[in-house]
Design a protein around this ligand. Sequence first.
Ligand code: SF4
Length: 435
Amino acid sequence: MQKLSDRKIQNSATISFDMVGCKLNKYELEVMRTQAQKLGLIPVNGVQSDVVVINTCSVTNEASKDSRRMIHRYRRENDSAYIVVTGCYSQTDLEEVKAQGADLILSNFEKEKFFDFIRVDIENLDLKDNSFTTLLNTVEFQSRPFLKIQDGCDAFCSYCIIPRARGRSRSISRTEVLEQVNRLSRIYPELVLSGVNLGQYEDGEGYGFLHILQDMVKIPTLKKIRISSIEPVDVTDELLDFVLGEPKICRHLHIPLQGAENNLLTQMRRKYTIEEYTNKLQRIKRHDPSFCLGADVMVGFPSEDSSVFDAAMKNLEAMPLDYMHVFTFSSREKTVAERMESLNTPQQRKERNRLVTELSHQKKKKFLESQLGKVLPAVVERSGESSFQKALTDNYIPVILEKSSDDLSLQSVSVRITELGSDKVFGEIVRDCKD
Ligand code: SF4
């Protein structure tokens, strides 16, 4: 924690939140928002609030730049605000953040104790309930809560700043996780398990990710659980046996591939081959062709010359993936890849990103076409004023539904996919789904 000014916060001050980055950052922002409400602060949107909390990211150069711009903009447009900066960028570039006028900087390890750090600066604080555990238990989520069970990573891929920004892997105890699942599953029909590297979950020797999953699905109120992302090395035969046979686990896995060619994978220090990765995908698709498979793919890694990229494209074309999130390599300080000579140009990186993105669109289209007319389990999201509602199927298709007369928000339903628009999928509710 770095306190950089003497500014105080008035009782019942307004507070706004902004962020750059991943789902984990979003989850942590929700935790902080709930804690702020417990402190009597009033959440609002926009720049002109009394307190501003910015959750930053530094996973790519772009993310660092966006984080820097965001802090700068808030300070420029609201000189009197009490600005709290947290997240990976404030961890990796602390001196830069200090120079931008933050009042309080919290590390990644400190942000979930936001409550404790900020309360000391609130004048005349009148707290009725100051238990941190109670606060964690009352986080409000829009539609599906992200349950963070693990943080940090021990893998040290050659391009990645995460082990430095978020530290080594650590896990929430199984007792706490199961208590949270028990409580949240009474309210929400679907929970999303999240972490920086979920496969590294561990609560004592021999108790890993598979074991926490096995214990979770025994909770009678749990309807569906979605695994946000899992590294290829952790998709073991044993884990797949369980996931494919367990109806409470959503039929969707996001398995980061990153390098789509074997030499690339070696240079990236990723510990699997294209053949091993592809075999896992094929096994899943053989079991269930409607199971949705996604991946992160990186283009422009230093050792990716034209022939390596051509081979990577061929591999990607052949893989039974349904979508890809495409990233362009950006050199991060103090990583192994920072010292590698680049065999590609900015122009080539841009073009490769475009080509893989285009391939991803084609794969997604093909997957959606294969689902047309199918009836799929889904969860309806909380709806606003519009006459449409959105639902997400268990195999990760966002579907637009005409709003029914009953409020189906946060309900498990069955949805038939009726129409594919250019970038939207339409459907209808078939019947209430009680499972
Ligand atoms: S697995 Fe590799 S890419 Fe993913 S967070 Fe860990 S070090 Fe980074």
